[in-house]
Design a protein around this ligand. Structure first.
Ligand SMILES: [Zn+2]
Length: 274
């Protein structure tokens, strides 16, 4: 079973791909299940800048994903939330109870909130009540002062019974500094067994292998971060499916570890029957 643990869907902007198009793409690449993570909508090349638009984005994003969940049982989803928004807790309730989502996703570097702060503690506590995993963008560089791996590690240490996924395993968007972040992510996951690593956007097969050897394939998750349907956004619609899949192949894992990373570990995290 192959599970794409990290991808996107939407009706406009860089993540624009319809559910039926996403299913066709999954079939093309042999992917059984796709986990849709909420992402900030942005028009061509423009990040939302007004705080109010960032708040509104979350509800809109989650409703779009909710439609995809209704469309096919091959989708799972993580709700995008802004911890600083007054309606964050009620939006989490809505996404879990009404839309049937499977976890929450935070994007601190876009929404500009720290990972280690009271609003995130409160939201994490609520996720714990629902037994939902918490996925957080991580990176290391000027754009990502908000979400370095160490901040997720600190959070994971305080909430040992909540499972955290470090998206991009510390690599983030500032690739020039990525090895610092990747190494921190691997160190943190070694020391906290409630921390999982998502391989998307992280450029090095050898670091996938290192993560599997040191952390264990049960906590390393394949994903594509694939979104936009076409190239109209200058390659900003997420990553190439093939590239992300090849990266795991080139890591030189044994059969059991490969199968874990490609889907089995995500299935366990999502509570799916195997
Ligand atoms: Zn993403």
């Amino acid at each position: 079973m192959i599970i794409d643990f990290h991808c996107h869907i939407g009706d406009k902007g860089e993540w624009a791909i319809k559910p039926e198009q996403k299913i066709a793409r999954m079939d093309q690449y042999g992917i059984d299940i796709s986990v849709i993570l909420g992402g900030c909508y942005k028009e061509k090349g423009v990040l939302p800048t007004a705080f109010s638009s960032r708040i509104a984005d979350c509800r809109r994003t989650n409703d779009e994903i909710g439609k995809a969940l209704k469309f096919s049982r091959r989708f799972r989803a993580f709700a995008m939330l802004n911890p600083l928004s007054p309606d964050a807790a009620s939006l989490l309730d809505y996404c879990f109870r009404n839309l049937g989502m499977n976890g929450i996703k935070l994007v601190p570097y876009v929404l500009r909130h720290p990972v280690y702060c009271e609003p995130v503690f409160k939201l994490t506590d609520r996720a714990r009540q629902y037994r939902l995993p918490v996925a957080i963008h991580t990176g290391f560089g000027p754009a990502e002062i908000w979400d370095p791996p160490t901040s997720v590690i600190a959070l994971a240490a305080e909430f040992p019974d909540v499972r955290f996924v470090m998206l991009h395993m510390g690599s983030g968007v500032d690739i020039s500094l990525s090895t610092f972040g990747i190494n921190q992510a691997i160190e943190g996951a070694c020391r906290h067994d409630n921390v999982y690593l998502d391989t998307t956007s992280m450029p090095y097969p050898k670091k996938v292998r290192e993560a599997v050897e040191r952390v264990g394939s049960e906590r390393v998750l394949f994903g594509t971060d694939n979104g936009g349907w076409d190239r109209e956004y200058g390659g900003q619609g997420g990553n190439e499916m093939e590239h992300e899949m090849d990266k795991i192949k080139y890591a030189g894992l044994n059969k059991k570890d490969y199968e874990n990373v490609m889907g089995r570990s995500a299935a366990v995290l999502l509570g799916m029957k195997l």
